[in-house]
Design a protein around this ligand. Structure first.
Ligand SMILES: Cc1cc2nc3c(=O)[nH]c(=O)nc-3n(C[C@H](O)[C@H](O)[C@H](O)COP(=O)(O)OP(=O)(O)OC[C@H]3O[C@@H](n4cnc5c(N)ncnc54)[C@H](O)[C@@H]3O)c2cc1C
Length: 354
């Protein structure tokens, strides 16, 4: 959080200049991993410094961080078990992405347990045993806790600064203003807990302090990437979310191995492109790309969702051959030929829809 002190030289609109920030406290930004203590447990930032590597590890939580680090440790030879309480890993992503990444992780030897919450933990530092709902147990040398993050506002003295918090996060307006001469950014606002969101918010704050007119951040077009191999990049609404909003939804799913680039790239390639289309508005409202460099392919789709680009415009775009992003054109081609939801037959026969 930045507090503008009286000494800030504020000249108003369009005048370039320097923003001087003096904080009355060293920093009011906070993020806390509020997690129960477990014996032998490590949080992600500690885990990556592990030396020597443990022989085995339970990753508690199959979200983005759990899947990323679970795969990393597994590839370094650690025996990994991922335990996820929801019925699928990557529960915030499209089910197709969860299924595909789950099968990739399992094919690499990772034990993926879903729909299982931890009830209790025991053991010592070198031998942790977790008891799961239903009585099953899993044990390993270490536990990596990746069950999500929250912010801790309790000791920041927000009241004394006149800042309103809605219980979990600091309330901000479109200009990231949290109060008179006070701005908040990053995880503490609960808007989108990503580095790129914080960076964009910081630019909004700087623009506001300099008095610039600027468009509010479009959080509905906030991209997110899970850096597994293959990567999962997604933006906007999932199919289920679009339906919940009452949109007339059509979906196009293309199997990456059956795209030109996928076919050329590697016989073992796995991936998919899923496009969520609002047929009423004729625009793309959400997209998921699971592919090598899926986060890069996502760029084009983020722009399309951000700009509410008509599907016809996306379809008339020329896609370079042979590229991964060309798969978007192939998925749209199939959608154009179909009458609504179009699933690549190669995707259906790949077993991921089973
Ligand atoms: C393992 C992991 C992987 C991630 N991967 C990605 C990713 O790939 N892409 C992505 O976009 N995002 C990722 N994130 C999320 C990203 O790190 C956060 O969204 C981002 O760092 C938020 O920035 P922030 O400034 O709000 O908080 P932080 O980066 O957490 O910075 C807050 C700082 O404030 C300090 N602080 C806290 N309280 C006080 C206090 N009272 N006084 C002084 N200092 C204090 C903290 O020590 C910290 O340095 C990841 C997060 C984790 C945990």
């Amino acid at each position: 959080m930045i507090r503008r002190e009286e000494s800030l030289d504020y000249h108003g609109a369009n005048r370039p200049g320097k923003i001087e920030v003096r904080a009355s406290k060293p920093c009011l930004t906070a993020r806390e991993l509020r997690l129960a203590y477990l014996p032998g447990a490590a949080f992600p930032c500690e885990a990556i410094a592990a030396d020597p590597l443990p022989g085995s590890m339970i990753v508690l939580g199959g979200g983005a961080v759990g899947c990323e680090l679970g795969q990393v440790f597994s590839r370094f030879g650690v025996e990994v078990t991922i335990v996820e309480g929801r019925d699928r890993i990557l529960p915030l992503e499209e089910p197709e992405a969860s299924l595909l990444i789950g099968s990739v992780l399992q094919s690499e030897g990772i034990d993926v347990r879903t729909g299982m919450r931890v009830e209790s933990a025991g053991g010592a530092d070198d031998d942790v045993e977790l008891t799961l709902e239903g009585g099953a147990t899993v044990s390993a040398n270490r536990v990596l806790v990746a069950t999500g993050r929250t912010v801790d506002l309790s000791e920041l003295g927000l009241d004394s600064a006149g800042v309103v918090a809605n219980g979990r996060f600091v309330d901000v307006d479109d200009r990231m203003r949290a109060g008179d001469g006070i701005w908040a950014m990053g995880d503490i606002t609960g808007k989108a807990m990503f580095t790129h969101a914080a960076l964009q918010q910081s630019a909004t704050i700087a623009g506001d302090i300099l008095g610039r007119d600027q468009s509010p951040i479009r959080y509905e077009a906030m991209p997110r990437v899970t850096f597994t191999d293959p990567e999962v990049g997604s933006v906007g609404l999932s199919e289920a979310q679009a339906e919940e909003r009452g949109l007339d939804v059509a979906v196009a799913v293309k199997n990456v191995p059956s795209t030109f680039r996928g076919w050329l790239h590697d016989t073992n390639i796995q991936g998919l492109i899923k496009l969520v289309i609002d047929t009423g508005a004729g625009t793309l409202v959400g997209a998921t790309v699971v592919a090598p460099s899926g986060g890069e392919v996502l760029g084009l789709l983020s722009l399309a969702v951000h700009q509410r680009t008509p599907i016809d415009a996306l379809r008339s775009l020329t896609y370079a051959f042979p590229t991964f992003h060309g798969g978007i054109g192939e998925a749209l081609g199939a959608y154009a030929r179909g009458t609504g939801t179009v699933i690549d037959p190669a995707y259906e026969t790949s077993g991921h829809l089973l």
